[in-house]
Design a protein around this ligand. Structure first.
Ligand code: ADP
Ligand code: MG
Length: 258
């Protein structure tokens, strides 16, 4: 039987602004299985980052329940790796020291694990380079390796490849799938790119805005490695796209007051 690593139940989140209350998330229910690759997709402002921050324990002001391995999330921690759109490295540290961060490379176990992560994220030869010497894609791989060294129960990625050019982005998607297949880390990956969502996921969670809620969940059973040019890939892509069109229809109805 599969095991839920993350359980979100009846999650509501609102922001109080001086002028009004923003209903950012409403009635979110989601169970994520151990080792699953979830992508979360939806229009800008539909609550994707808010959802990820809540799972990360970076925002505790919500209603409902968020459990990681059966324990309520009470704050941030190394069991929840977080990758932002920009890599957030320490500019004064080399690649390997950025990955080790507060852990000592003189510890033989840490040394060994850092070396194998450097290989996994394909950065051999750059161990002693500084962040300013890296491309955007390489820097993002350092950030991913740093999170993985902490063996997180879940890796949360908020549009991590959004700032990269199309070729680098495609390469990074392949590297990330390699990592996932090797480490079996549970992934929750936010994107607004439909191709990326279909290419990576076991399940695609489609959010709709105002208030942010789950429009539908699309399972993707295509075998890996996936090819974006195949008919089966394209028909799934269309399926996701048609969900978005349904969102827009609903909004039109809302606007017309029907
Ligand atoms: P997404 O990541 O899908 O673009 P966000 O999660 O960033 O969306 O935002 C969801 C909604 O919540 C938006 O309407 C946004 O304006 C609002 N919001 C997010 N953060 C704050 C905040 N700190 N204060 C007030 N409103 C916020
Ligand atoms: Mg966002």
């Amino acid at each position: 039987m599969s095991v839920s690593v993350l359980e979100i139940e009846r999650l509501n989140k609102s922001f109080q602004t001086p002028k009004s209350t923003v209903n950012a998330l409403s009635g979110i229910d989601l169970k994520v299985q151990e080792g699953e690759f979830i992508t979360v997709i939806g229009p800008s402002g539909c609550g994707k980052s808010t959802l990820l921050k809540i799972v990360a324990g970076l925002d505790l002001a919500y209603e409902g329940s968020v459990k990681l391995s059966d324990k309520e999330v009470t704050g941030p921690g190394i069991d929840k790796g977080f990758i932002f759109q920009e890599p957030r490295l320490f500019p004064w540290l080399t690649v390997e020291k950025n990955i080790a961060a507060d852990l000592s490379l003189r510890n033989p176990d840490i040394r060994k694990r850092v070396d194998s992560l450097i290989e996994l994220v394909r950065l051999q030869g750059f161990e002693n380079a500084y962040p300013r010497e890296l491309s955007g894609g390489m820097a993002q791989r350092v950030a991913i390796a740093r999170a993985l060294l902490r063996s997180p129960k879940v890796l949360l990625l908020d549009e991590p490849f959004g700032a990269l050019d199309a070729f680098t982005r495609a390469h990074m998607q392949e590297v990330l799938l390699d990592i996932w297949q090797h480490n079996k880390t549970t992934m929750i990956f936010v994107t607004h790119d439909i191709d990326e969502a279909v290419f990576l996921a076991n399940r695609i969670v489609i959010l709709k805005p105002r208030p942010g809620s789950i429009r539908s969940i699309v399972p993707v059973t295509l075998p890996y490695p996936r090819k974006k040019a195949t008919t089966s890939f394209q028909s799934l892509r269309l399926k996701v796209l048609s969900e978005f069109e349904r969102i827009e229809d609903t909004e039109w109805v809302d606007r017309a007051g029907l």
